[in-house]
Design a protein around this ligand. Structure first.
Ligand code: NAD
Ligand code: ZN
Length: 368
């Protein structure tokens, strides 16, 4: 097992990465604050891992569970209310600890519940998807969706610990594994070209769930995220580079309907649009653009936007994005592989041309 620290002064916390960590009682005992524990999970994960987690915790705690419906469409205030109701019905007090057992949806909602229940209680992340292991469980963003926008209601709230068990990926559908790989590739693109080369060499092993390669990829991804978060916890500046491909991606996710395109799939296609614009602006070579495209392909990710979308839809959705300041669309672009910048100062014409060309090419690839 390996341990990383997210360095945030008195709110610093460990990330444990390894095989079988979810059976290590000591990791949980260290992070749990009082005598009460509320495990928040969903209907898919409960039959797979809930009994085992309860057994790991043993009889030292009052353990209650809250089993949510599965899906991004349930990442709502109504579901959040279900967590609150369970906490109150089971008489959890201010020293309770909430454990999120699941992917990013469970983690974001359980985290928001932890941030707000009695003005804040202890919170432990046990992420079970690759995406949540490398991204959403680290950094303290929690929240729910509003019908008018994704993640529009939430809080920054750091966990006590993140306990990553690589073995839990064995039950994950391959499509979800690919979606998580989009965020792994993102870290290479924004911060570490050597990691990007390493991913090119090891993508086959990663997709086959080889433990040692997965452990390395998750470790390096969490390390990059932790470094960025330590510099800029509340996204006043540099943290925004973690959103490479996300402004485009969110447009795809919302336009196509939550759940039809997975977050990571939308991010992959969105990242290719951002890289394409970077190339049009003369900052990224054609060869590097092609390298990135091949890497996404090798992780079985889409590299083109949905052929049914229009440029106008992209622009409308992107102008509504959270990252929009004063009406300007802000994008993460690359200066070179491994080096990202945030900019609202890109040639509008090149941006629109990029979208037109990508959508036209996606349409041509559609089977008749
Ligand atoms: N907080 C952040 O910083 C942050 C960052 C990125 C994404 N997110 C959020 O994360 C969410 C996406 O997370 P996700 O990709 O983990 O999706 P998810 O939580 O919906 O999980 C994907 C699917 O896999 C199932 N699943 C999870 N673990 C499994 C396992 N081990 N075996 C079998 N099935 C399993 C889930 O039940 C679900 O059906 C989005 O809501 C996104 O907004 C948050
Ligand atoms: Zn993401």
């Amino acid at each position: 097992m390996r341990t990383l620290t997210v360095d945030l002064g008195d709110r610093s916390y460990p990330i444990y990465i390894g095989s079988g960590t979810r059976q290590q009682k000591a990791l949980f005992d260290k992070a749990i604050q009082g005598k009460q524990v509320m495990i928040v999970t969903n209907v898919t994960l409960a039959p797979l891992y809930l009994d085992e987690l309860i057994a790991t915790l043993g009889d030292s705690y009052q353990i209650d569970t809250c089993i949510l419906p599965d899906g991004e469409q349930y990442k709502t205030l109504d579901t959040y209310q279900q967590i609150m109701t369970t906490l109150l019905e089971k008489k959890h007090n201010r020293s309770t600890s909430i454990i999120a057992l699941g992917g990013g949806v469970v983690g974001d909602m359980a985290g928001f519940a932890a941030a707000t229940y009695q003005r804040g209680v202890a919170f432990i992340q046990v992420p079970t998807t690759l995406l949540s292991q490398v991204d959403s469980s680290v950094g303290g963003k929690t929240g729910v969706n509003h019908p008018l926008g994704k993640n529009m209601i939430g809080a920054f709230y750091q966990p006590q610990a993140v306990i990553i068990d690589i073995d839990s990926l064995k039950s994950l559908p391959e499509r979800e594994l690919s979606a998580g790989m989009a965020e792994v590739i993102k870290y290479g693109l924004i911060a570490d070209v050597d990691f990007l080369s390493w991913l090119e060499t090891n993508m086959t092993a990663l997709m086959q769930l080889s433990t040692s390669e997965l452990s390395d990829a998750i470790y390096r991804s969490c390390q990059i995220k932790a470094e960025v978060v330590a510099q800029d916890e509340k996204e006043g500046g540099i943290r925004a580079i973690l959103n490479l491909g996300h402004t485009y991606g969110h447009a795809i996710e919302t336009e196509m309907g939550y759940g039809n395109w997975l977050h990571g799939e939308a991010v992959a296609a969105g990242t290719m649009l951002a890289l394409d614009l970077s190339t049009r602006m003369g900052n990224l070579s054609e060869a590097d653009l092609q390298r990135s495209l091949n890497l996404f392909k090798s992780a079985k990710l889409p590299i083109q936007p949905p052929s049914t979308m229009t440029v106008e839809q992209f622009i409308a959705r992107m102008s509504l994005d959270k990252k929009v300041l004063d009406g300007d669309i802000r994008l993460v672009l690359l200066n070179q592989l491994g080096q990202a910048i945030v900019s609202s100062d890109f040639p509008r014409q090149l941006f629109e041309n990029g979208l037109y060309d990508a959508l036209e090419s996606a349409m041509k690839k559609q089977p008749a």
